[in-house]
Design a binder for this molecule. Structure first.
Ligand SMILES: [Zn+2]
Ligand SMILES: [Zn+2]
Length: 598
């Protein structure tokens, strides 16, 4: 039987990828499709093809309803299990359910299911973890070959990281060595750009015309790159005139527009923004808005009785108002995914709609079409850069900076994210037959005992398993000693002639320390290469130097340590105090400030 609907080519590809994956594996999988790509059609087709019982889970009743309606519209019959929709049907072959309702009625799910599909599956790594896990655990008791498929537009969230581990294009996600991820594989992914270029989504008109912009860059960020609400409120409180000017511009530009969504930074901010907008055309929706009231407001907005919808990060998923043609972003974010989600609210196709105006008033400096790096942005001007692995050749995407010619001049990558293809005749790589991650490290902590290279945050050596000295302990100890000297190194310079290479470390306040390496002595050459050669060009092109002259020629790309620790050798017969460099700490990560950092 043919499908009673026609899938777009990429939807068919997503379906094919799912069938292919589950034919050979029971491991969980994720499909990544941008908002508006028609996930519900992919779900409908998978449900149609399934011979046995399947369960489609999601966290909000609107999505349960939408997915079910799509399925019904093809003349197929499925049940709904959702307290919010006042229906508890679990006897159909296909059940569309809300996760809360199923978790509260587990006894009604004792049948053998072959597949669980989770829509908006990035929520699995969030607050509903235990509910989803409990349901999956229970269904696995009935069928230990149960397949779990997730769909999402945002496989990465700042506070949680990537939701899967292995990507089908041959790389691994996440810098941390082994965190648990809710899904194992990403089996299909489509970029937003594809959707726009093929005319499946409205073209975003990204206009750089903000009359005024907030500057959040001075605020402290947490480790996920987000700001504290109190700090944001304080900053915005000082810039009421800016907010008023922004909203005046929004209203001016909105004259030509049908529906305007404004993303505010905090609840206070949203209230202020709402106060500047025409009362009878504006709705405010926050996390605290009563659900019934929210439904009413959203309906009135969809019916165009209201023109402006102000919200605080509650309408980023599952909200569907195709007529929206103006997105004003007044909240800070460093996540490409979140940015895409906000903009995505305005990209659905609608009659007579030719583009969607997007203005960023928060100076986010996010490129809509950049890949998600998957780490908090380290500096305000950092950009995604492509860094090739000298080990396996994989093109990594890290935060970094390029010069005018596009050469990478710095990057924050730690370990190569490429997956190694097993060579001919090799055993399948890695444990559980999983592909193995390339072990090349761009920055690392060397184990003082065995020389093994470890992640810069590692506590124990991955090779000899002994504890690695914490650079913070090293610095603290040195700072306590009277005869030790510690400098924050801002740069190095070279000197010396012939086989002798003198390196001078320059502290940020003009202090200097130096040491010499004699390249005619193999042992000293070896130490130099381990420290400097291995880290050459931010680890992008490790070198083994055989002479001091070779080093001098390539001086510009030599790495500088972040800290240098030296000890005074004060012998009574010496008039001058001798200073001996003891430690050079590269790629420092810890609580001390590095040179030229605030
Ligand atoms: Zn590699
Ligand atoms: Zn070791």
């Amino acid at each position: 039987m043919n499908a009673p609907f026609t899938l777009r080519p990429y939807q068919q590809e997503a379906v094919d990828a799912t069938l292919r994956h589950f034919r050979q594996s029971d491991e969980s999988a994720v499909i990544v499709l941008p908002t508006g790509a028609g996930k519900s059609l992919v779900i409908a087709e998978l449900a149609r093809l399934a011979r046995r019982k399947i369960l489609v889970l999601t966290h909000v009743k609107e999505l349960v309803e939408q997915n079910h309606a799509k399925y019904q519209s093809y003349g197929l019959g499925g049940g709904i299990f959702s307290a919010g929709l006042k229906r508890k049907e679990s006897r159909h072959q296909v059940t569309f359910a809300s996760v809360q309702s199923v978790a509260a009625n587990l006894d009604q799910f004792r049948d053998e299911y072959s597949l669980v599909i989770i829509d908006e599956c990035h929520r699995v790594s969030g607050e509903e973890t235990s509910q989803y896990q409990r349901i999956i655990e229970l269904l696995k008791q009935q069928n230990d070959a149960l397949k779990v498929l997730g769909l999402t537009a945002t496989p990465y969230r700042l506070a949680m990281g990537w939701i899967y581990r292995y990507h089908y294009r041959g790389f691994v996600r996440g810098s941390g060595e082994e965190q648990d991820k809710p899904f194992v594989h990403c089996i299909y992914e489509l970029p937003l750009r594809y959707m726009v270029n093929r005319g499946y989504l409205t073209r975003p008109e990204l206009v750089n015309a903000a009359v005024a912009q907030y500057d959040f860059s001075a605020l402290a960020q947490d480790r996920f790159g987000e700001y504290a609400e109190r700090d944001v409120n304080q900053l915005l409180g000082k810039h009421k005139r800016v907010t008023r000017a922004i909203i005046e511009q929004v209203m001016e530009l909105a004259a030509e527009r049908k529906g305007v969504m404004i993303f505010a930074a905090t609840v206070d901010h949203a209230r202020e923004v709402t106060g500047y907008l025409p009362e009878h055309q504006t709705a405010l929706v926050t996390g605290a808005t009563d659900l019934k009231e929210r439904d009413v407001l959203v309906q009135r907005f969809k019916q165009r009785e209201l023109k402006y919808l102000v919200n605080v990060s509650v309408l980023t998923t599952g909200f569907d108002a195709p007529h929206v043609d103006f997105i004003a972003i007044l909240r800070p974010t460093q996540s490409v995914s979140l940015y895409q989600q906000m903009v995505g609210r305005g990209l659905r196709l609608d009659e007579g709609k030719t583009d969607c105006l997007v203005i960023d008033y928060a100076g986010n400096n996010v490129n809509l079409h950049h890949p998600e790096v998957g780490e908090p942005k380290p500096k305000h001007d950092s950009e995604p850069v492509q860094v090739f692995c000298p080990g396996c050749g994989f093109a990594n995407i890290f935060w970094g900076k390029t010069d005018g010619d596009g050469h990478v001049i710095e990057h924050y990558g730690r370990r190569c994210q490429g997956l190694l293809e097993p060579g001919e005749g090799d055993e399948p790589a890695g444990h559980n037959g999983h592909p193995q991650q390339c072990d090349y490290r761009f920055r690392f902590k060397a184990c003082p005992r065995c020389g093994g290279e470890n992640d810069i945050a590692a506590r124990n050596c991955g090779q000899c398993h002994k504890a690695i000295i914490d650079p913070d302990d090293q610095l603290r100890d040195a700072l306590r000693l009277k005869d030790a000297l510690v400098i924050r190194c801002a740069g190095i310079s070279l000197d010396g002639s012939g086989s002798k290479l003198k390196i001078t470390y320059h502290g940020e306040e003009g202090e200097e320390l130096s040491e010499s390496f004699d390249f005619s002595k193999p042992a000293q050459r070896h130490v130099f290469n381990k420290l400097f050669g291995r880290r050459f060009a931010s680890g992008q092109a490790p070198q083994v130097f055989s002479s001091a002259d070779e080093v001098r020629v390539m001086q510009a790309l030599l790495p500088a340590p972040d800290f240098v620790i030296a000890r005074k050798q004060n012998h009574y017969w010496q008039v001058q105090v001798q200073v001996q460099v003891q430690e050079r700490i590269f790629d420092y990560q810890g609580s001390y400030r590095r040179a030229n950092e605030v």
